[in-house]
Design a protein around this ligand. Structure first.
Ligand code: KIV
Ligand code: ZN
Length: 529
């Protein structure tokens, strides 16, 4: 595989936003959204896209398969447990890829082997050989991971790694599955394995760090220092529990501090902001304001002293420029007189490539927005197009909403929905206009899901700014989050609630399939083979 054996300090970026990232509770993405994210990752220069876990559901399989078909440059990878059915399904899913990889894993730590797998170390060892051999019969590019490597007994870890390489694994990924290691420990584990395992020079070593103690990026860099040359990471650091190593942080750390972290990647850093916004939009996970690199305050200077310094010389308080990570300085753009040509140009500038029907819909919605809002900013267009992508496959769509609100209650909402092509109307009262709106949805689409989060923020400044609403619903332990944007807060609220219901429908379908195929997919860290 061509990512192997490249020049000494070239680091391979393995993005797992669509696999480990999508396993974040509430981060479900639709098929279309996954394709959109994969296309952006490919364009951005990610080397390997872990597109999903094909055995988990027909939806996961279809996404990996379609991404494998469409991806132009990156290797497309499918995850599998140790069972042969898992491995064969992953192989099937990546078949159309120009370059495909199977990533197969099994737990090797005492606690996982005893309680999760209920297997002896010898049984696990035999499975390591069998799983890698099986995967290798399908493709030359096989990655093997000893899950919970950082809590694995060193001799056993070395034995398993040696066996996996002998059986044909070309990448060895040693995950800090529970986010427990410190940078020194993680460094030492890589040194120990690479020095003790006689055939270690025949594989690329890889880091995969979780952020439970906030050390995922530091641990990943420590692994590089020890000799690993692949980093598994996710946009915005999404992933199981506290998440994975953040792609934008680890890439920019290596770029800005190349003097002490002399590693190169192929990532086009000017696309990092766009990637962050897209992933945030499709998962409806907000990006923390002070998040490094992509937070909205990452380049904001508030105090007088800092502002004064910045005016005199930007390097006084800036270690990288906002432009270097794709932050646009001027964002005032268009209004109701802007035509289709200008709109298409703007979309290209913002990094969107829409299909012609999506473009048409987006343009109509842009015109409608420009009629209501004097200045349309980049952020407005991004919210509008992200919503276009997110709702393309929705089975329930908002047709119209009118609400009577004010000091004299009760507030009333009249709503018309298109539910799989059937248009129905309902009226409902509530304790306030949002409650009335949500009650109208419940009357039209009866469900048991509970509202766990309702949050509103303004996309830009000014009283005519679009409201962006996030809604999280949960049902039978499954949770989904969705966002809606509109100059009318109540319409944005309805869109967000309906978006979450649409995602819940996808989850319900997956749930049915999961009971047949992979009952423990959503709790990947406790999976049995
Ligand atoms: O965290 C982990 O151990 C994983 C493996 C499947 C690589 O995600
Ligand atoms: Zn993980």
């Amino acid at each position: 595989m061509s990512t192997q054996g490249s020049e000494k300090d070239r680091v391979v970026i393995f993005d797992t936003t669509l696999r480990d990232g999508e396993q974040s509770p509430g981060a479900t993405m639709t098929h279309e959204e996954k394709l959109e994210v994969a296309a952006l990752l490919d364009e951005m220069g990610v080397d390997i896209i872990e597109a999903g876990f094909p055995i988990a559901s027909d939806g996961d399989f279809a996404a990996v398969h379609e991404i494998a078909k469409r991806t132009k440059k990156a290797v497309v990878c499918g995850l599998s447990r140790a069972g042969f059915k898992d491995i064969d399904r992953a192989a099937e899913a990546i078949k159309p890829a120009r370059r495909g990889r199977i990533h197969t894993f099994i737990s090797t730590s005492p606690v996982h082997m005893k309680w999760k797998l209920q297997m002896t170390p010898e049984q696990v060892y035999e499975l390591v050989v069998a799983q890698v051999t099986r995967a290798r019969n399908h493709t030359e590019d096989v990655e093997w991971s000893p899950e919970d490597a950082t809590r694995t007994e060193p001799d056993f870890l070395c034995r398993c790694v040696e066996a996996a390489i002998k059986a044909g694994a070309t990448t060895i990924n040693m995950p800090d599955t529970v986010g427990y290691a410190t940078p020194d420990e993680y460094y030492a584990m890589f040194r120990m394995v690479m020095e003790r395992v006689p055939n270690s020079d025949r594989a690329v070593f890889s880091v995969h760090c979780h952020n439970d103690l906030g050390m995922a990026v530091a641990n990943s860099l420590a692994g590089m220092r020890a000799g690993a040359r692949q980093i598994e990471c996710a946009v915005n650091g999404i992933g199981e529990r506290a998440g994975n190593c953040s792609l934008e942080e680890v890439v920019m750390a290596m770029r800005v501090r190349n003097d002490v972290l002399p590693y190169d990647t192929k990532i086009d850093a000017t696309m990092l902001t766009r990637a962050s916004k897209l992933v945030s939009a499709v998962t409806s996970f907000p990006v923390q304001y002070n998040k490094a690199i992509v937070g909205r305050n990452a380049f904001a200077h508030e105090s007088g002293i800092h502002q004064d310094g910045m005016l005199k010389h930007t390097q006084t308080y800036e270690i990288m420029t906002p432009e270097s990570v794709g932050v646009k300085q001027t964002s005032l753009v268009m209004g109701k007189h802007s035509g289709r040509h200008a709109f298409v140009h703007k979309l290209e500038e913002l990094g969107y490539h829409l299909a012609s029907n999506q473009l048409e819909d987006a343009f109509v919605r842009f015109k409608a927005l420009a009629d209501r809002k004097k200045h349309v900013y980049d952020e407005d267009i991004e919210a509008l197009v992200d919503e276009e992508i997110a709702t393309a496959q929705d089975r329930i769509k908002l047709v119209s909403l009118s609400v009577i609100a004010g000091t004299r209650g009760p507030q009333r909402a009249t709503m018309k929905l298109d539910i799989e092509g059937r248009v129905t109307t309902e009226e409902a009262e509530g304790n306030g206009p949002v409650d009335a709106t949500f009650n109208a949805i419940k009357a039209l689409v009866p469900h048991e899901a509970t509202l766990e989060l309702y949050q509103v923020h303004a996309v830009t400044e000014g009283t005519d700014a679009q409201a962006e609403v996030s809604v999280r619903l949960s049902e039978n332990g499954r949770s989904v989050t969705s966002r809606g944007a509109d100059p009318d807060t109540l319409v944005a609220s309805a869109k967000a609630y309906l978006g979450a219901l649409n995602k819940l429908m996808i989850k319900r379908q997956r749930g049915q399939l999961e009971t047949v195929t992979a009952p423990q997919r959503r709790i990947h860290s406790t999976e049995a083979v």
